[in-house]
Design a binder for this molecule. Structure first.
Ligand code: KG4
Ligand code: ZN
Length: 336
């Protein structure tokens, strides 16, 4: 079964054709990142306008690249939540129009569930149940994935998401948006023990995260050094900060696997591209006898192939919307 999938929750306009949830026939991404870089972060109004311009050519190209027409497509999956509302509305309304014109079923798809599904593309043998750490620009969740469309949140951030903490720390050092990628690169040449950043734990909630204290601590350090006229040792700061974030993510997630006796661990979301996170999870999983899966780097950040994958399982589970479907800015991952 071929699904046409559409993603517009943040600053990427994307469309893909995916067969049976696993086989990507095409995947097109129009990124707006160069424009948002000018402002140091995503400007929602600009994002919506660029989606409106890009959506038709991106969908056309996805169909062309897959060498199919709408006649070959059996359903249209679209990210309807969570994300920037004006951005989501572009994809949702386009998908509704296409569904109305073609009579193909409309499958609303949760963005974070799609991030998890990026692993189904990279690992054809992977099936639930498993524990998943979903770390993106807006979310940091430990999720028990009981089945493709049945999940439970085990832990979450109480304040900033991991990606957000990376981006804000990077911005303080005048690194281009999105700073997480840049920090990861620069960290490679730094000393992770050069600075001791706090590693906050949330009392009585062993799987929850808190990154705001860590973020404030790195920002204060940089401001103090600037005030003293000192040169900022970027590589050492990046390495020390990355190490603190990664150790928090790894320790809580491994603990969740152990406590719930889950032997399969998966990571997903933009931050899952982080090189230290990938190697540390591989090491710790091996130590604890856990099988570890990570998405290919090409599907870590926002794309529509993952939407086509999750959309397939949503469709099989009867998650089909009528034409009153709306975009939703915040929606829990276990909403249905
Ligand atoms: O999943 P994503 O593409 O968008 C959201 O759904 O939010 O994630 C984007 C986030 C950004 O905060 C970006 O800085 C972060 O993922 N990111 C990274 C890396 N690559 C992307 N953070 C740390 N290390 C990376 N290599
Ligand atoms: Zn995302």
């Amino acid at each position: 079964m071929k699904i046409l999938s559409i993603e517009s929750s943040c600053d990427e306009t994307a469309a893909a054709v995916v067969e049976d949830g696993r086989n990507v026939l095409s995947s097109v991404i129009a990124s707006q990142v160069e424009e948002h870089k000018l402002y140091g972060g995503v400007v929602p109004e600009i994002a919506s306008r660029r989606h409106a311009e890009a959506i038709v050519p991106v969908v056309k190209q996805a169909l062309n690249d897959a060498d199919v027409t709408m006649d070959d497509i059996e359903a249209i999956a679209v990210t309807h939540a969570p994300g920037l509302i004006g951005a989501l509305l572009v994809g949702v309304n386009f998908a509704k129009g296409l569904s109305l014109a073609t009579g193909k079923p409309l499958v609303p798809t949760h963005h974070l569930r799609s991030h998890i599904a990026s692993n189904y593309i990279s690992h054809k043998e992977l099936k639930p149940p498993f524990m998943c750490l979903v770390v993106s620009g807006g979310h940091s969740h430990i999720v028990m994935v009981e089945d493709y469309t049945k999940m439970k949140v085990i832990g979450r951030t109480r304040d900033d998401a991991a990606g957000e903490a990376f981006d804000k720390a990077a911005r303080t050092m005048n690194m281009p948006y999105p700073g997480g990628i840049e920090m990861d690169k620069i960290a490679e040449s730094g000393d992770p023990k050069a600075f001791k950043f706090p590693r906050p734990v949330v009392h009585d909630a062993p799987y929850d995260f808190s990154f705001s204290g860590l973020k404030t601590s790195v920002i204060n350090l940089i401001h103090n050094m600037e005030q003293r006229g000192e040169e900022i040792p970027k590589a050492d700061i990046c390495a020390s900060f990355r190490s603190a974030v990664v150790e928090l993510l790894v320790s809580n997630t491994i603990k969740a696997c152990e406590d719930f006796d889950i032997k399969t661990l998966v990571i997903a979301g933009g931050v899952s591209a982080n090189s230290l996170l990938r190697t540390r999870f591989a090491e710790e999983s091996e130590k604890h006898g856990i099988k570890f899966y990570k998405p290919d780097k090409s599907v870590c950040t926002d794309n529509a192939a993952m939407v086509g994958s999750q959309g397939y399982y949503e469709y099989l589970n009867g998650n089909i919307a009528d034409l009153s479907l709306n975009a939703v800015a915040t929606l829990p991952i276990d909403y249905r």
